[in-house]
Design a protein around this ligand. Structure first.
Ligand code: ZN
Length: 452
């Protein structure tokens, strides 16, 4: 894989940084001139955009936005101007072409994914088109697109599918698994773009629903997003085997940082192919102390987003809550020289057991290694509101199909040992039959909130 912006492929990392700095100054000046929100933030820290000469200067600025700030900004603009896009909206209302939100699983949805006509038809469509082209799709292909549509953020992908000359078969996930399978059969798409858990659910559902295995549907690739699944080797292998297709995962939190896995049996993280569009891969903080962390090989921290080419709702030092591990060495598979990210979890998913911090995704990854003796689906029982867990940490684990109950004590012992060795946590496991947990059509939560 290469950078999307062709010129970056011929630049040194210093030259890329200089380009980022040039675009940053332009974006900061634009935000300062066009929004009360950012003007106030700059004024309160005694800086002007023109003072920011380097990324090092920039990283001395405080965090300028969090999810709560974004919500408060939306509430204020609704009260003052009668629109929900926030006081940080920098474009005129008549310039907007798309607004979409996250699924709003926690609190009021935010309209982070709001785009002007120029951006959604320009850089955003081009970035998505690049991402699709690098995941095995050709012009003239059909893409089965099964997400929540309309107001939800994934709608923006449709601009990219159309831009690259492919045809979206956009079936809203709320139509249900049977309907999606029926359209797969009717339209013969080459790619299935959906969430990892729905892709897994389809493996079981297809024989009952359409009398065929998913492997007979003719998919060349699966393009997955929304959950950590493809980063777990067992999940990736299971999906690739069942579908007879390559699994790619991709990411674009806030419609900002773009990442795509490369075409490989092994998983090498999300390749940040557009460092001239967002600074996040170069701006990390410690999720607890909020102090800067250098974005070097192996560093783990929370991404801080700053857009470099946005009109409608640009973000400046937005701590969005995504915890990642950064890889800076060239990709062993494709040789990509830019940064790569592995998603570790969400800062608001972080749990603390006896002073040990961990992310549920890490627990799931350890348990998934025992597949096919387990399905890989787990629930962490929260007896009090997170992040604190009163020990022992209780988890429910689905055993695999065909597993006999007398195999479970030994399996339990091995899982506990692995959790202790890798996370320094001793969970209390209760077993549940395979496919007890509902495979959600949208993001599946790993928590069972017993306190609610
Ligand atoms: Zn690669």
């Amino acid at each position: 894989m290469r950078y999307k912006n062709e010129i970056l492929n011929f630049m040194t990392s210093e030259e890329i940084k200089a380009l980022q700095e040039e675009k940053l100054l332009r974006q900061l000046t634009y935000c300062y001139n066009n929004s009360d929100y950012y003007r106030k933030r700059f004024n309160s820290c005694g800086a002007l955009p023109a003072d920011i000469k380097t990324l090092e200067d920039f990283r001395k600025l405080p965090i300028m936005m969090t999810k709560q700030d974004e919500r408060a900004s939306q509430t204020e603009s609704l009260e003052r101007y009668g629109h929900p896009f926030g006081m940080h909206l920098c474009a005129r209302l008549e310039e907007l072409e798309l607004t979409s939100t996250t699924s709003g699983t926690s609190g009021t949805p935010t309209f982070t994914y709001t785009f002007s006509r120029r951006e959604i038809n320009g850089p955003v469509a081009d970035l998505w088109a690049f991402l699709f082209r690098n995941s095995g799709i050709m012009p003239g292909d059909r893409v089965l697109f099964a997400y929540a549509l309309g107001i939800y953020a994934t709608s923006m992908l449709l601009w990219g599918i159309r831009r690259m000359g492919a045809l979206p078969i956009d079936v809203d996930v709320r139509a249900g698994a049977d309907s999606i399978l029926q359209y797969a059969q009717l339209t013969r798409p080459v790619t299935f773009a959906t969430t990892p858990s729905l892709a897994e659910h389809m493996i079981l559902r297809a024989p009952k629903s359409i009398g065929k295995e998913v492997g007979e549907l003719g998919f060349r690739s699966l393009l997955l997003c929304g959950e950590p699944g493809p980063g777990i080797p067992e999940v990736k292998q299971r999906l690739e085997k069942a579908y007879g297709a390559r699994v790619f995962d991709y990411w674009s939190p806030g419609g900002l940082v773009f990442g795509l896995a490369c075409d490989s049996d092994e998983y090498h993280g999300l390749h940040c192919f557009a460092p001239d569009y967002n600074l996040a891969q170069d701006d990390l903080i410690d999720p607890i102390s909020r102090e800067p962390i250098e974005s070097t090989h192996g560093a783990v921290g929370e991404l801080v987003h700053t857009s470099l080419d946005r009109d409608a709702c640009p973000v400046i030092r937005y701590a969005y809550g995504d915890i990642v591990e950064v890889l800076t060495e060239p990709c062993p598979n494709c040789g990509f020289t830019g940064k790569r990210l592995k998603i570790v979890g969400r800062s608001d998913d972080m749990l603390i057991v006896k002073g040990v911090n961990f992310y549920p995704a890490a627990m799931r990854e350890i348990i998934s290694e025992f597949a096919p003796l387990v399905t890989g689906s787990i629930k962490i029982i929260l007896e009090v509101p997170p992040p604190r867990i009163i020990p022992p940490l209780k988890i429910k684990v689905e055993y695999g199909e065909g597993v006999d109950s007398n195999q479970l004590p030994d399996l339990e012992k091995k899982i506990k040992e692995a959790c202790h060795r890798k996370l320094n946590i001793n969970p209390q496991i209760s077993w549940v039959p395979p496919y007890t947990f509902e495979r959600m059509l949208r993001k599946t939560s790993m928590f069972e909130k017993a306190y609610e």
